[in-house]
Design a protein around this ligand. Sequence first.
Ligand SMILES: *Cc1c(COP(=O)(O)O)cnc(C)c1O
Length: 394
Amino acid sequence: MSKTVYLDHAATTATDPLVVEAMLPYFTEKFGNPSSIYSIASGNKNAISNARDIIADAIGAKSEEIYFTGGGSEADNWALKATAEAYSNKGKHIITSKIEHHAILHTCEYLESKGYEITYLDVDEKGIIRLDQLKSSIREDTILVSVMFANNEIGTIEPVTEIGRIAHEYGALFHTDAVQAFGQVPINVDEMNIDMLSASGHKLNGPKGIGFLYIRKGLRLRSFIHGGSQERGRRAGTENVPGIIGLGKATELAVQSMNERIKNETVLRDYLIKRLTTEIPYTRLNGHETKRLPNNVNVSFQFVEGESILIMLDMAGICASSGSACTSGSLDPSHVLLAIGLPHEIAHGSLRLTLGYENTKEEIDYVVDNVKRIINNLRNMSPLYEDYIKKNTK
Ligand SMILES: *Cc1c(COP(=O)(O)O)cnc(C)c1O
């Protein structure tokens, strides 16, 4: 197999050719500024509005509740900082979890430096937050609960509906970082008690640098960017028209194909998990068996280093990840794997494989064969493994 096998869809995805096709005219003949009066420009206003409708529909929201942003990180920053500011007269306490993306965690650290108090909820060994701990942490002065819809490293899907219900019982708002979930699993903001939701184009075969924040009507959030009246004055700046069109198209395709993708990816995912955990000794699955994104596999192999696995997989043309893309390059084990209770040495031997709609069973077999060979080779070079085997075969 000479082609690349891409199994890192949680890091980013290729833009679907149909999405590119939909975007292209907006770079050239339809380049006009949507705020201009003449018809070649004002048509873009309708195109944006159409994309907004598609996205709102996908999560059961109203069109005017969708605000386009420069991606998932911006949406997360906006939700947290603006809520903190707007509701500081009610309180300065925010609840989040220990397994959030850095776009949330580092924003929380920033807010701590500004005098806010943050509670970081623990998760159980499968990565699910503890609802009883949420209930006991929430207080009169809690203004916001922000817990991700699905985790980007281990794929665990959080009990969002219950989290939202508890937040509302105590008069707090509920934000969810749904960057990994949007377009992958069904979402309904009303049924799930969600007040704000972040998503990003490049995780669902859309373009990079475009995302959105859903803000429930009536919330008093401050503007994120001051300037013109774009995005109802809350996020100023000439619209990223091709990006918005691309995100709209990607959403339309994701919604149309969702059921079939969930079915196919779940089969491939479970096949991959089964082969890895049964054919390679001293291997464990990280995350929940069923409350899990259909495209996520995360396993730990004892006695090996994740980075070495990645380098050797790369030589076989396989793209994978050992943790979140943002943390690779540092030698600290992932905060998510530590939060589910893995010891450092096991967290270090972790591999994340995330599927996309284009992956096939043949590719999965190729990957498993290579992983088996690589783990075997690495273990044969590992003094830890040698010691362990000696001790256990006496
Ligand atoms: C990728 C990701 C983000 C960041 O989105 P960008 O569009 O890359 O800024 C935030 N949260 C989660 C869970 C993600 O997976």
